[in-house]
Design a binder for this molecule. Structure first.
Ligand SMILES: NC(=O)c1ccc[n+]([C@@H]2O[C@H](COP(=O)([O-])OP(=O)(O)OC[C@H]3O[C@@H](n4cnc5c(N)ncnc54)[C@H](OP(=O)(O)O)[C@@H]3O)[C@@H](O)[C@H]2O)c1
Length: 305
């Protein structure tokens, strides 16, 4: 498993991360197997959020770590805050109490990374800055980032926050490529040229913010998995051909496609299946040519101008 320097911060972690959004209902044995497989294939970075499973995901994960042969120092824990019932909340008070909640459920003294989960339009950046500084000084959080934010929102934060923003978690997969499409179709009078995200891909590259693609196997907004799905016959044919050629699974090709992008992204995979995870990890060593990358992009239904 190759390592990635997240946000050029010196935090060197596996370039594939395991997302823990779906682990709350798993048995002890299943979570242990998933965690041990992750560690075995070299994945040491785990993505959480205070809201996953209503907090249960963090608890279940902490249990698995305590039963594993690994120790806290050998893994990286990222969690997110700011989503509350019926609102988003980036107030200082909420950020601080959310982190305390995550630390307690994860049974740890510190988070390696804290992300603001979804933009709060009532955000007062001074409040975020106050919370981040307090968390940094107390040692409760080592690095900071955002999720689902556009360049303007990150700029607003950067104007006030002392700490570097090292990551932006965004939805990106072979079937959700808006941030790529608009850059390929600049200045054209077609839907694909509409820039909905303010040039977020280029912005993150410019500022060395690591993009963490979430839901890399889902189409739509959690509508289902596009792999082996009749809705995407051409895409699956192209993926399967490449998978066979390179001796990996279709899921590994989907992740290799993200890793091939020179933005140096860190995909967050949400499988709860240890066997699938083991296979996906092979993506780290897949060599993908420019021609293959574009063939997959086109097979997903995209067109080049
Ligand atoms: N920042 C945000 O706003 C945000 C939003 C959503 C998610 N996330 C993060 O991103 C992570 C991944 O999200 P996700 O779970 O929606 O993404 P995903 O990795 O695209 O989807 C995983 C789901 O697809 C299923 N699946 C079926 N066939 C599969 C195959 N061949 N290969 C892989 N998975 C297959 C998995 O089932 P099995 O478990 O049976 O394999 C699992 O239910 C989350 O855990 C979370 O950490 C962040």
């Amino acid at each position: 498993m190759k390592a990635i320097d997240i946000g050029h911060s010196g935090l060197l972690a596996s370039e594939i991360s395991v997302g823990c959004m779906r682990i709350a209902g798993m048995s002890k044995q299943e979570v242990d197997k998933l965690l041990n497989t992750a560690l075995d294939v070299g994945i040491d970075f785990f993505d959480h959020a205070d809201v996953y499973g209503g907090g249960k995901s963090e608890e279940v994960f902490a249990g698995a770590i305590s039963r594993s042969s690994s120790t806290r120092e050998k893994i990286f824990l990222q969690s997110k805050c700011g989503i509350r019932s019926g609102m988003f909340d980036f107030s200082r008070h909420h950020i601080l109490s959310a982190v305390d909640g995550s630390l307690s459920r994860l049974q740890t003294d510190y988070l390696d990374v804290l992300l603001l989960h979804r933009p709060d339009t009532l955000m007062e950046p001074e409040e975020v800055a106050g919370a981040f500084s307090q968390l940094k000084q107390s040692g409760k959080v080592r690095h900071f980032g955002v999720s689902n934010m556009n360049p303007g929102q990150i700029e607003l934060l950067r104007r006030f926050v002392d700490q570097k923003i090292i990551a932006n978690q965004l939805q990106l997969s072979l079937t959700n490529t808006a941030m790529i499409d608009s850059g390929i179709n600049v200045n054209m009078q077609i839907d694909r040229s509409i820039d909905r995200d303010g040039g977020i891909l280029e912005y993150c590259r410019l500022h060395r913010i690591t993009i963490q693609p979430w839901s890399p196997f889902q189409y739509g907004f959690f509508e289902g998995v596009y792999l082996d799905n009749d809705k995407y016959p051409v895409l699956n044919r192209t993926i399967d051909e490449l998978a066979e050629e390179k001796g990996v699974t279709n899921a590994a090709i989907a992740i290799a496609w993200l890793l091939r992008h020179p933005a140096k992204m860190q995909p967050i995979v949400g499988t709860t299946n240890a066997g699938r995870l083991r296979d996906i990890a092979h993506a780290s060593h897949v060599e993908m040519t420019r021609k293959e990358w574009y063939a997959l992009y086109l097979a997903a239904g995209n067109k080049l101008p």
